[in-house]
Design a binder for this molecule. Structure first.
Ligand code: HEC
Length: 193
């Protein structure tokens, strides 16, 4: 036994550890030589969600977090407000949230001004109207929600950046700005206040 150990120690001393790293095949290479293991590298793909015969019903007690919301972009884009006006604001009657404030300052204030009065530096250049006019006050909550989601004319859409609840929070914030301000006369169409 002691002699075997001595031989091993000698072999190590003579060849160094490199032998084990460079000259002995890696266990991974050895695995590939075994046909059964080879199958692990070449498995057929499985698409568990693509079979029509597998029911994908919503689990009771859960709600879908994607899809679901109807799309009335075409209708709204043509100036038809039927669907928009029918939307129910789930936050109706609630005070504006801090998040609504933050989102408005992030996405809207650059064109409509910090208080919605169209007094931002670029308000006139982009012809962004005041949100404190009687006209803007007269829109339904659903209309404000839709214009945030889809944009209108020169105003870009924000639906891809602001999700559902957050849009309603912006709506409530606009309502709060309107309540805090005295109504001003709307600008001529396309003009800036
Ligand atoms: C890039 C500048 C810009 C930004 C940012 C912007 N808007 Fe507008 N907004 C406009 C312009 C321009 C119009 C006028 C569009 C038109 O002529 O149809 C408008 C129109 C509106 C109107 C209709 C006003 C009216 O009297 O008819 C509302 C309401 C409104 N925006 C709300 C918002 C809200 C809320 C946000 C933030 C999510 C926002 N806007 C972000 C440029 C902008």
């Amino acid at each position: 036994m002691r002699r075997k150990l001595a031989v091993l120690a000698l072999a190590l001393a003579a060849t160094g550890c490199d032998f084990y790293y460079n000259d002995i095949p890696s266990p991974d290479d050895a695995m590939r030589l075994v046909p059964w293991f080879d199958g692990m590298y070449q498995q057929p793909p499985v698409f568990p969600y693509q079979r029509l015969d597998v029911p994908r019903n919503t689990v009771p007690g859960t709600v879908p977090i994607t899809g679901g919301e109807a799309d009335w972009a075409a209708e709204f884009g043509m100036g038809n407000t039927t669907t928009a006006d029918k939307l129910v604001n789930p936050l109706a009657g609630q005070p504006a949230s801090a998040r609504g404030d933050t989102l408005f300052q992030t996405f809207c204030a650059v064109c409509h001004g910090q208080a919605g009065a169209a007094d931002a530096v670029i308000s006139a250049q982009v012809a962004a109207p005041s949100l404190l006019t009687d006209r803007a006050r007269g829109y339904s909550d659903g209309y404000l929600y839709s214009i945030i989601r889809y944009g209108r004319g020169v105003m870009p859409r924000y639906g891809d950046k602001v999700r559902r609840d957050a849009r309603w929070e912006i709506v409530n914030y606009v309502r709060q700005l309107q309540a805090a301000a005295v109504a001003v006369t709307p600008a001529a169409p396309g003009g800036a206040n």
